[in-house]
Design a protein around this ligand. Structure first.
Ligand SMILES: [Zn+2]
Length: 664
């Protein structure tokens, strides 16, 4: 008996994971085609997503997985009475083998028995087995065309249809369709690619830290599957609960005309054939809004949906260099933005308004739903999904507790990606250190470097003697020759490496996506800089009700970059909790390595909406060199980061001055 690999333990593959989650929320998005070489963990991720789906209640004895709350009126095992007894079972994961026959897929009908006993003679196939679960086709490009068509038709309609000699059977077959393929084994037909809602290309990570983490987790999993799964149990539960919440929100998500207009313009500018692309983007944007816990589709949702649903739909020019699809898509998105009529109620760019809708949500978002995007109550309109099969109505008993979930890297909105790193100003500890670890950051006494003086050695001579000082000492004594007692050593100053501990505000006040991208870019730049300066790094974030150490102090900067990219935002701002955790981390590291001085970098707008006034925690950080990077933006500024900086006796650096600009 094996324990499945947890979905939340998968490293990287962000697009794939998001695509799978969105399809789990809304199967009408139309399935996911995963392109990737062997050994990219495609199958692991696909199998793992099945474990996140809520358990399903099925009518006892029904081979077609009817929901007791809403049995399929056409069920071949029916009719079921309303309120028929149900049994709970996990959502199915059905794997369709490449050699499967059509009978195996759609089921078999024994005509003679059918004439005698009616439709009971129908043996359900894999489509029936996959109802309300996942249907996984590995190497879908090797599947015969007519089977592929069957699958895709069923996935799109949510129903399967079998006809033999005038006897026909129909049954519900609503499933999350995932096909994987290895492009080295032949490109699939364009019609096949087109018919999948989302296409994601995966590759093995190029980042050494990420690769190491993949292996580390794989080994840990193989050593102790249950223990490993338990480690990620909390995150798995949260994701599962988020799927259920999003499924409930989905029917009420509103797609404003403006965003519909944007979708049409993007698809036109991108040069797609037909209308299918528009519909998939619309459905995907609606699913994204629901996934983010919102009831209104925003421009961001449309852009993200377009990135998942469009790149494989462009009429290709064989001479296009790689990357053209992405480039053209960004162009199309920009054109659409410029061509849209000005938008009155939403403000200039919606920068500080994650919902993109009027009126701006009052800060901080109240209530237990701590996602930082308390949208308006769901209106009852959902144009693009109106003809779509509804997602399974989750049963009351299925709902996992969501209310007061702990903040986590994997909950909340899809994370904003950082931009490319810039060269930041050097943040350093101003007073000279004892030079515990050679590096390139803060000034410190060192074995090498600029000579600033001399001193009597304490015991054995450390490094080179300081000749003039040694001679002076001998002369001063009135001696004619130098004795060992005259020896003076040179005092060098150089640079030492530090522990750079980032405390990053990931709360709702910072959650506007553009804002978070800027903040992440800044932190990414500081991380890169820390790598070059040989520092250790650590990262703490705070949002919701508590602070989280997302990166224990380490010299593995790649992991820091990864953690940063996957950092989720939203919720209240427990700034004090962040500082308290920083103080505890610094105390622990001091015990571990007293010679490494910490430099605390607090990235925040200084606004605290949960917990103590952060200023009261300043005594915990006495003597710790601190820089407050002020992220406040907008015309009205409260200057709270400045207040925090003076309480901490810290340097204050506005975010937009962090980049070292060349003196041109
Ligand atoms: Zn049934």
């Amino acid at each position: 008996m094996t324990t499945p690999y947890p979905f939340s333990a998968v490293v990287g593959l962000d697009d794939l994971r998001l695509a799978l989650l969105l399809t789990a929320v809304s199967p009408a998005v139309g399935g996911v085609l995963v392109r990737g070489e062997k050994g990219t963990a495609k199958s692991t991720v696909v199998r793992a997503v099945a474990n996140l789906l809520p358990d399903v209640a099925v009518v006892r004895g029904c081979r077609f997985a009817c929901d007791p709350a809403a049995p399929d009126p056409q069920c071949p095992d029916g009719p079921h009475e309303a309120g028929a007894p149900g049994v709970h079972r996990p959502a199915a994961l059905v794997e369709l083998p490449v050699g499967a026959t059509e009978d195996r897929v759609v089921g078999t009908l024994d005509i003679q028995r059918a004439l005698a006993d009616g439709v009971k003679a129908y043996e359900p196939g894999l489509l029936a087995a996959a109802h309300r679960g996942v249907l996984y086709v590995d190497e879908v490009n090797l599947l015969p065309d007519h089977l592929v068509d069957l699958l895709l038709d069923a996935a799109a309609m949510g129903r399967a249809h079998v006809e033999r000699d005038g006897v026909s059977v129909k049954h519900a077959a609503r499933f999350l369709l995932v096909g994987t393929m290895n492009p080295e084994e032949g490109e699939p037909r364009p019609q096949l690619v087109d018919r999948f809602g989302l296409v994601v290309t995966v590759a093995a990570p190029r980042d050494p830290g990420q690769r190491a983490e993949v292996v580390r987790r794989r080994l840990a999993y193989e050593l102790d599957q249950d223990g490993f799964a338990a480690r990620f149990g909390g995150e798995e539960k949260e994701l599962a609960a988020q799927i259920v919440t999003a499924q409930k929100l989905l029917p009420g998500v509103k797609l404003p005309d403006r965003e519909l207009d944007r979708i049409a313009r993007v698809c036109l500018a991108y040069g797609v054939d037909g209308m299918r692309a528009d519909i998939v983007v619309a459905r995907c944007a609606v699913a994204l809004a629901a996934w983010h816990g919102r009831s209104l589709v925003t421009a961001e949702d449309v852009a993200d949906a377009a990135r998942l649903a469009l790149p494989h739909r462009r009429r290709k020019d064989p001479l296009d260099p790689p990357g053209t699809d992405e480039e053209k898509l960004e162009q199309a998105l920009n054109e659409a933005e410029n061509d849209l009529p000005p938008d009155e109620p939403e403000g200039p760019d919606g920068d500080d308004d994650p919902d993109g809708g009027p009126p701006p949500p009052p800060p901080p978002p109240p209530g237990p739903n701590d996602d930082g995007n308390g949208g308006p109550p769901p209106p009852a309109s959902n144009e693009p999904s109106a003809d779509a099969p509804p997602a399974d109505a989750p049963l009351a008993g299925d709902e996992s507790p969501r209310g007061e979930t702990a903040p986590s890297r994997t909950a909340g909105a899809a994370p904003a990606a950082p931009g490319s790193a810039f060269r930041p100003r050097t943040l350093s500890i101003s007073h000279r250190g004892e030079g515990g670890h050679a590096g390139r950051r803060s000034p410190a006494f060192a074995r090498r470097g600029r000579v600033i003086g001399s001193r009597e050695p304490r015991g054995k001579l450390a490094g080179a003697p300081h000749l003039p000082a040694t001679l002076r000492a001998a002369l001063h004594r009135g001696a004619r020759s130098v004795s060992p007692a005259d020896l003076r050593e040179a005092v060098h100053v150089g640079r030492e490496a530090n522990l750079v501990l980032f405390v990053v505000d990931a709360s709702g006040s910072m959650a506007a996506r553009k804002r978070m991208t800027i903040v992440k870019t800044a932190v990414l730049s500081l991380l890169r800089d820390a790598y070059q300066r040989r520092d250790r790094i650590g990262m703490i974030t705070f949002r919701g009700h508590e602070a989280e150490q997302v990166l224990a102090p380490t010299s593995s900067h790649e992991v820091g970059v990864l953690r940063l990219a996957s950092l989720r935002t939203g919720g209240r701002t427990p700034l004090a909790a962040g500082l308290r955790k920083a103080a505890a981390t610094i105390a622990t590291e001091r015990r571990r390595d007293p010679r490494r001085r910490p430099l605390l970098v607090v990235v925040t707008d200084g606004r605290a909406t949960s917990g103590l006034d952060p200023v009261t925690l300043a005594p915990l950080l006495t003597g710790v060199a601190t820089v407050v990077v002020d992220c406040e933006s907008g015309p009205v500024r409260l200057g709270l980061a400045g207040r925090l900086a003076s309480a901490l006796d810290a340097d204050l650096m506005p975010l937009d001055t962090l980049e070292m600009r060349s003196a041109a």
